[in-house]
Design a protein around this ligand. Structure first.
Ligand code: TYD
Length: 135
């Protein structure tokens, strides 16, 4: 599957709106783990790696930020700034997160448990593995 923005249900209510996400129904993997990024200082960049297996669904629960996805040939920038949609990030892409607004909150649903061995943190190695078709 390609990286893509996936819209989530939005239950509008005068008392406050509600959205939700279900594995399989809305995102194409089983949710194994959830983590979130908060208190990101202005100008900071998170990410800067690829995963061999892990897939993600990233939601801006609050504020805004950009997710930059790089397949080794071209880069695509997705700006997330609403809590009723998210970005599906398949495995094998270099991803960075930047331009965090003040008080932004990024929630990330992951398909695998945390495993440092699943990370590729060296961009040249990423390009090599991508070029060889190893990821
Ligand atoms: P990392 O994934 O490198 O952060 P980012 O990609 O947002 O810059 O994780 C930073 C540190 O947090 C790293 O040392 C490992 C730890 N960590 C966990 O222990 N569990 C997790 O689920 C995640 C995402 C990170």
């Amino acid at each position: 599957m390609e990286p893509q923005i996936i819209n989530l249900p939005k239950i509008l209510d005068a008392r406050g709106n509600l959205s939700f996400v279900e594995e399989d129904t809305h995102i194409p993997f089983k949710i194994k783990r959830t983590y979130w990024l908060y208190d990101v200082p202005g100008g900071e960049c998170r990410g800067g790696h690829a995963y061999k297996e892990n897939e993600e669904f990233i939601i801006a629960l609050s504020g805004s930020f950009d997710v930059v996805l790089d397949d080794g040939v071209k880069k695509r920038i997705f700006t997330l700034n609403r809590s009723y949609y998210g970005l599906f990030v398949p495995k094998g892409l270099w991803r960075e997160m930047e331009n965090f607004s003040t008080n932004s909150l990024a929630m990330i649903l992951s398909s695998t448990d945390y495993d440092e061995k699943d990370y590729i943190r060296d961009y040249d190695l990423f390009l090599k593995l991508k070029g060889n078709g190893e990821i």
